[in-house]
Design a protein around this ligand. Structure first.
Ligand SMILES: [Ca+2]
Ligand SMILES: [Ca+2]
Length: 73
């Protein structure tokens, strides 16, 4: 888990994970990613960049895992 998160975070300049730009990584950011993945929310390019933890151009479960891992560290 730890290794995966570190690899994901090292992947690019995007993926800070602070999607709502309140200066904190917390459950609210995870909720936004989940809402995006299930289609309830659209992201701006900045939000997308912040959410795409592994910078692969897609927001998916791996980005959620990385975000959760970051918060738990
Ligand atoms: Ca935040
Ligand atoms: Ca991704």
């Amino acid at each position: 888990m730890q290794l995966i998160v570190e690899q994901l975070l090292a992947a690019g300049s995007c993926g800070g994970g602070d999607i709502n730009l309140d200066g904190q990584l917390d459950v609210l950011d995870i909720v936004m990613v989940v809402q995006y993945v299930i289609g309830d929310l659209n992201f701006s390019s900045d939000e997308f960049c912040a959410a795409d933890s592994d910078a692969n151009g897609q927001i998916d479960i791996l980005d959620i895992v990385a975000l959760v891992g970051t918060i738990l560290m």
